[in-house]
Design a protein around this ligand. Structure first.
Ligand code: PAN
Ligand code: ZN
Length: 194
């Protein structure tokens, strides 16, 4: 990220609880269905969306609080409501490259689940409502799923040096997926793993 943000002085940003934006921010990333294509199990639904009008699934605002000897980062993610086929909008999900790097996630607005899973297959799902704060231990892949009708907004705090590894999620996904059935969310074993 932008090296001009290096500062050894205390730094603050101002967070807007209504829309999840904060100022100033250093980087905004947008992830569309096309960017997430391999993550969803219903590949036909993915192709139909991309062929018609690609759709924004989530955006992330970052601020890297880099000092001369530390690399804490703030990220605020907004997952817009929606589904790809029957599967709810979600983040890609990733492992941290470094095996000693945890993360804090704070659900500010919206409803859904935080999914976490180790390489060894320990799967954990936490129901998320506004105010839920979860510590994600090192070596747990993490993904947030928005099962509500409104944006799901969460604040993340992590070290930039943690690194992000997406390949295992692209290849295998999480062991469970969350789909809509009879108007509400249910868990199913991931068809991509069968
Ligand atoms: C978060 C995530 C962010 C987007 O800042 O990077 O929510 O999710 P994906 O990276 O899985 O697309 C974080 O966990 N940082 O480590
Ligand atoms: Zn992370």
């Amino acid at each position: 990220m932008d090296p001009t943000t290096i500062s050894d002085l205390p730094t603050s940003v101002q967070f807007n609880f209504e829309n999840g934006e904060f100022l100033p921010f250093v980087k905004l990333e947008q992830r569309f269905v096309s960017n997430l294509a391999p993550m969803f199990f219903d590949q036909q639904a993915v192709r139909e969306i991309i062929d018609q009008t690609d759709r924004l699934v989530y955006d992330i605002r970052y601020y890297p609080f880099i000092t001369s000897n530390s690399d804490m980062a703030l990220g605020v993610t907004r997952i817009y409501p929606g589904k790809v086929g029957d599967e709810y909008h979600m983040t890609k999900g990733h492992f941290h490259e470094r095996e000693d790097q945890p993360e804090i996630y704070f659900c500010v607005q919206g409803n859904g689940f935080l999914l976490m899973e180790t390489m060894e297959g320990d799967f954990q799902a936490v129901l998320w409502t506004p105010g839920t704060i979860t510590h994600i231990p090192p070596q747990y892949a993490h993904r947030v799923v928005n099962t509500g009708d409104h944006p799901l907004i969460f604040v993340a705090s992590f070290h930039l040096s943690a690194g992000h590894v997406y390949e295992p999620i692209i290849e295998r996904g999480f062991s469970q997926v969350i789909v809509q059935q009879n108007g509400g969310p249910i868990f199913q074993s991931n068809p991509r793993r069968n």
